[in-house]
Design a protein around this ligand. Structure first.
Ligand code: SIN
Length: 481
């Protein structure tokens, strides 16, 4: 087993401001959710350090915006190479602070690195336009410019990849950045900042501030007129509060918020493929993703067969610390997460759901929850209306296509939906009728650096990844000539 201690000792537990590792005005402990042991104590920022981070990002902004796109591209490409060279250590860091299985952790590092590679390629392809006005009296010149200092608030479920998914397009577009990682998982974000510095990102272009209760520090930065952009990934509840604050300063925002993904299986589907897809869509990161399948709607003719096979597959997963590579399912992030899952499952059982497998938290240490399948779930059960964020699959049966679409759309969220059918006409018909920013057709995973990731309704605004992800960090200037 590789030793990762050098990745979370010394300066890499401090704030990163203006190219220096700096002590903050407090500390917080990072806990290994598999053992409940303290891994490291990291510095936390107060108001003063938050202002210093904005100073550093604002000071670096003009120089970085004027840096040749090819140079920005080369730095990102070097960061991609460094991430892959260190993928084992970075994966181990994710396992330790987040609790992921090895497969999920190494998958995250590679996924995260791809954002550096993708946006290194996009950095040199920022397009403007020039046209003759319809009246023929002038040229319309459209010049994309960097938005400016960008604040990024990232979640604990992808501590590395959500940092790279935001920082890479921002740097490619010529913006400087301040990252506020989740307090549960700051170490991976600090490792990313370290790699970017080594890759040649100039001082001040990538700043990282940890905070205890985030709001004070984030508020100071949101109120600062030099900050021009907020990019957030997290819950709809927190996103709503941040959007209101950002709205006061008319900030550009990209919000990647909660989901409540329906997983719809029609009776003409390949059931074995649907079960495999369901396990991936449900169990990636033990269900702790915003794209996790949250509600399984299965057509009545195949509901029993699907539920039995899903039960078998879920019961066969090995639960335990990710540091043991033979384990498939790691712990939840903390006790509160386990308690929430327990509440939702017991509510469903009170409403007559049957526990086909799992249904309990094993004895500690560690914040584990067993992979669980619930059948006969009442269509109005609370568990179907909440983002479970855990390894629980509630199955509901339906009869008609219309009924499935109505159930799928019966949510304030609209991030992703999964549809399994053997009829491609139906796949597109249902795919178009479902209200979500992303639809997986006969697939359990769709995340890709080259695809626009994002939701509709209360799942967010804006897109990450792909060339659309660059637009989030560019303003259009119109020069009339
Ligand atoms: C998330 O859960 O926030 C991101 C998932 C992904 O990018 O696949």
């Amino acid at each position: 087993m590789t030793v990762v201690t050098e990745l979370f000792e010394g300066p890499r537990t401090q704030l990163r401001i203006g190219g220096d590792w700096t002590a903050g005005d407090g500390e917080l402990d990072v806990i290994d959710p598999a053992t409940e042991q303290v891994l490291a104590a990291v510095s936390t920022a107060g108001v003063e350090q938050a202002r210093l981070a904005v100073d550093a990002a604002a000071e670096a902004a003009p120089g970085w915006a004027a840096t040749a796109p090819r140079r920005r591209s080369d730095i990102l490409r070097r960061a991609y190479d460094l991430m892959l060279e260190r993928e084992e250590q970075l994966a181990e860091l994710i396992i330790l602070e987040n609790g992921k299985s090895y497969a999920d952790a190494i998958g995250e590092v590679r996924y995260g690195a791809e954002f550096f590679r993708w946006f290194s390629e996009e950095a040199v392809r920022i397009m403007g336009e020039i046209r003759t006005a319809p009246r023929g009296d002038k040229r319309i010149v459209v010049l994309p410019e960097p938005v400016g200092v960008s604040l990024m608030v990232t979640p604990w479920n992808f501590p590395s990849a959500m940092a790279t998914r935001k920082i890479a397009p921002a740097l490619a577009a010529g913006c400087t950045t301040i990252l506020k990682p989740a307090s549960d998982t700051p170490l991976s974000a600090l490792a990313v900042a370290d790699i970017l510095a080594e890759a040649g990102a100039p001082p001040g272009t990538v700043n990282v501030v940890m905070a205890k209760g985030s709001s004070g520090v984030v508020d100071v930065m949101l109120e600062d007129p030099r900050v021009r952009k907020l990019s957030f990934t997290g819950s709809t509840e927190v996103g709503r509060i941040l959007m209101e604050k950002a709205g006061r300063r008319i900030l550009r925002t990209s919000m990647e918020l909660g989901g409540n993904a329906p997983f719809v299986v029609f009776d003409d589907a390949d059931i074995e493929a649907a079960v495999q897809g369901a396990v991936v869509a449900k169990m990636r990161v033990a269900g702790e993703t915003c794209v996790a399948a949250n509600r399984f709607y299965v057509q009545s003719g195949v509901a029993r067969q699907f539920t039995d096979r899903l039960t078998e597959a879920m019961a066969g997963l090995r639960v335990g610390p990710g540091i043991d590579r033979s384990n498939d399912v790691g712990p939840m992030i903390n006790t509160a997460a386990v308690e929430k899952i327990e509440r939702l499952v017991s509510g469903a059982v009170d409403d007559q759901a049957t526990v086909c497998t799992g249904g309990a938290a094993p004895d500690g240490p560690g914040y584990f929850y067993q992979p669980t399948v619930l059948s006969e779930v009442a269509p109005d059960a609370a568990i179907l209306g909440h983002e479970i964020f855990g390894p629980v699959a509630p199955v509901v049966s339906f009869d008609s296509e219309e009924e499935a679409i109505e159930a799928a759309n019966n949510t304030i969220h609209g991030l992703i939906s999964y549809v399994y059918t053997g009829d491609m006409n139906r796949a597109f018909r249902v795919g178009e009728a479902i209200e979500s920013g992303m639809v997986a057709l006969n697939r359990g995973i769709i995340s890709d650096e080259a695809a626009p990731f994002g939701g509709v309704k209360e799942s967010g605004v804006g897109r990450e990844g792909s060339h659309h992800g660059m637009e989030e960090f560019l303003e259009l200037k119109y020069l009339a000539w």
